[in-house]
Design a protein around this ligand. Sequence first.
Ligand code: AMP
Length: 409
Amino acid sequence: MKIIVLNCGSSSIKYQLFDMASRQVLAKGVVEKIGLHGSFIKNERIDGDKLLLEGDIYDHQSGIEYVLGILTSVKHGSISNFEEIDAVGHRVVHGGEKFNSSVLITDEVIRMLEECIDLAPLHNPPNLKGIFAMQALLPNIPQVSVFDTAFHQTMPDYAYMYAIPFPLYKKYGIRRYGFHGTSHRYVSQRGAEMVGMNKKDMKIITCHLGNGASVAAISNGVSIDTSMGLTPVEGLIMGTRSGDLDLGVLTYLMMKEELDISTANTLINKHSGMLGITGVSSDMREIMTAAYEGNERAKLGLNMYHYRIRKYIGSYAAAMGGLDMIIFTGGIGENSDYTRSEVVKGLEFLGIDFDYDRNNGLRGEEMVLTKEHSRVKVLVVPTNEELIIAQDTMDILENMKNQGYKIDY
Ligand code: AMP
């Protein structure tokens, strides 16, 4: 079975073509700057063949059409024709309260996805563009939607509700949804496997630390709390997002600086976080270099960054009534030994005996970072959201086939 996984953003499309029998990525790439000046496509095949295609790409559909052309081309392709593609899996950011698992895309699902646009006005529309483009280009191929929010739909009401007037929850669906669900789900499953345990018997805290960042408390295999909320701005300090903030700060600033809603939104989403504190960059490597060279604001930013993660780990251990494992993932979690060691410093009381030697210099590899007898394990697990999307897509297709449904479009 061959599956294409698509992650459509406002001006970009990331894609991977999976061969599910071998779990291999036959080709992957990205379409960048859609609808902007200087669009291009980069494709990389499993054997290392690389292609860069430059030229105007006006919309998502033409971007995907080019990608399908590359994937089936004689010189740079990975398959001989479209018939070899069994299904398409889409990353969809927000499924609201309507979706607690991945689903086959039907007209009814599209209607429900359109109802979720209000909750993710920047993300869901391009996700839908990808779905519509595929429907137009490959109308006979089933499509599956895999949601960033679905994994966190198991949170209890006392964790997902905000203490605002209850009718506003009913009217607008204002509550904690959480994001990065596919990543938290993948790394918790993989982390349990790595130590030979069943995630259903474990209390796990997963730290997805990338440009966007979130922590999740996963008890007995299900998410019971997570740091991102209605939107991805809550929780940890991120590249450009503030994370947790006294709401009074925002209203105070709106008043003092006479900010309108859009500017206030940009302030907390694009000009805050590590960029806002350090004034150096939103990129962690550049901030670390600046701190190393003596930049005081960079040092302060890093201290704040680590402290916030530690606080979440402590509170989630309390929320679960114990802890068996902490997992680091995302660009920073996977690659920065410094971040990992700074976060766990001071958490020994939880039962962590961290192996600093093993952590030292470790980048992008699966590894247990605690000593043999450590009661709480600390792991690095590189995330693989695309694989989960491909697997969910395959599972949905096989289930339907087993139940005798003919998938007919
Ligand atoms: P992501 O959004 O998951 O791609 O992660 C991007 C972030 O990972 C950026 O802030 C990068 O600077 C950071 N990153 C990547 N490699 C390293 C590294 N070796 N040390 C520290 N941060 C890193």
